[in-house]
Ligand binder design. Structure first.
Ligand SMILES: [Zn+2]
Length: 78
């Protein structure tokens, strides 16, 4: 019983694989005009890295995951 409460509070639904992950990180903030929008989470790995490689990924997410890995996106290299 108390396990269910703990899980539902700490787990986030991964927007990439659709699984509930206890190790999810914020990957996108959906702005909705006024007030808070939606928050999208993904598994820290590999889903968050996949999200960061998408063209629609926010800059802060790219910086967090792609800079460290040496630009594995393979596009827009100077
Ligand atoms: Zn995932």
């Amino acid at each position: 019983m108390q396990d269910l409460v703990g899980l539902s509070r700490s787990r986030k639904l991964c927007c990439e694989c659709g699984e509930w992950s206890a190790d999810a990180v914020l990957v996108q903030v959906i702005e909705s005009g006024s007030g808070p929008g939606g928050l999208l989470y993904a598994c820290r790995a590999p889903c968050a890295v996949i999200c960061a490689g998408r063209h629609c990924a926010p800059d802060w997410l790219r910086a967090q995951y792609l800079d460290d890995s040496g630009g594995q996106a393979g596009e827009a290299t100077p």
